[in-house]
Design a protein around this ligand. Structure first.
Ligand code: GLU
Length: 305
């Protein structure tokens, strides 16, 4: 496994130079575009890593899978899916257009911004700070720490500049889909996006999903099987932005990426994978990370689709 990881990492490093670091959230612009880390956790809980696998970054949209799992755990499936659909859109992650034009008038799925902001608004807690903290404890529980950190600079940077997400949230309010106020829902969302983790952490959560909720590192259940399955299904259809179809064909495993450069993947009964490479392709997916996952899928025959 170590050799496979190292080969995939080495072969994928040149792909980083074909991407660009996200800058629409100003604090993300300083990331090192040549960074690339790959990590795996297998069914026995063994951890493998190469390159920048311990470099922390903000998980951004990967948090949408974690907030979905968290709110499903706390409030049940119906609380989420009465307000958010399960269908892919083929539109960019921050698109607003279908909120007005689709018949159902609810976000298509929880992995686009509109759906994720609804899910954030449902999190339990007294105020955004409390909700954010409880969420970080939940994620910490998945990766074996009391709590995961938040990158304060990235959090504030997004909060100060998120005109598009504000538009989406106001639209959601008008549709009656938000629990509580608009700024509160956004604040929780920005907090969850600014959670900082590394590729090894992502591989650990990926492994829990891969094992239908059993944490192979601790050998105990960390998440209901149904929750893990719902998350994985949505990752297959909606996890890689409007590149999800191509990713399903090329790599063939459930995965979720974020504009911070992370990708988390789950290979049923076999592996959790985490990659970090902040240089992004034109769809917002890590260029080096995609190359590494393609290489690993080929070499280890990971396709489950
Ligand atoms: N916080 C980011 C946003 O809402 C997340 C985007 C992403 O990673 O796709 O724009």
């Amino acid at each position: 496994m170590n050799d496979a990881l190292t080969r995939a990492w080495r072969a994928s490093r040149p792909a980083c130079s074909g991407g660009t670091v996200a800058s629409y959230i100003p604090a993300l612009a300083g990331a090192d575009p040549s960074a690339l880390g790959v990590a795996a956790v297998d069914a026995e809980g063994r951890v493998y890593e190469v390159g920048d696998a311990r470099r922390r970054f903000t998980i951004q949209s990967i948090s949408k899978v974690l907030s979905l799992a968290y709110v499903m755990t706390e409030l049940g499936e119906e609380a989420v899916f009465s307000r958010v659909g399960k269908e892919p859109t083929g539109d960019p992650f921050n698109s607003i257009i279908r909120l007005e034009t689709s018949a159902g008038r609810k976000p298509f799925n929880p992995l686009i911004n509109a759906g994720a902001i609804v899910v954030s608004s449902l999190m339990p807690g007294d105020c955004p700070a409390d909700k954010g903290e409880r969420f970080r404890s939940y994620v910490g529980g998945l990766v074996g720490r009391p709590v995961v950190e938040r990158d304060e600079e990235v959090y504030l940077s997004e909060k100060e500049t998120a005109a598009r997400n504000r538009s989406i949230a106001w639209f959601l309010k008008e549709l009656g889909l938000l629990e509580g106020g608009v700024e509160d829902a956004l604040d929780v969302y920005f907090r969850q996006c600014a959670v900082s983790m590394d590729a090894v952490d992502l591989a650990r959560v990926g492994a829990i999903l891969a094992m239908d909720g059993i944490d192979p590192v601790r050998g105990s259940r960390a998440m209901a099987a149904r929750t893990a399955r719902v998350c994985k299904s949505l990752m297959v259809t909606c996890g890689m932005y409007d590149g999800s179809g191509e990713f399903a064909v090329d790599v063939g495993v459930p995965a979720k990426s974020g504009v911070g450069g992370g990708i988390m993947a789950a290979v049923r009964d076999r592996l959790g994978l985490g990659v970090y490479g902040p240089a992004l392709d034109e769809r917002g997916n890590s260029a080096g990370g995609l190359a590494a996952l393609r290489a690993l899928s080929d070499e280890l025959d990971l396709r489950v689709l």
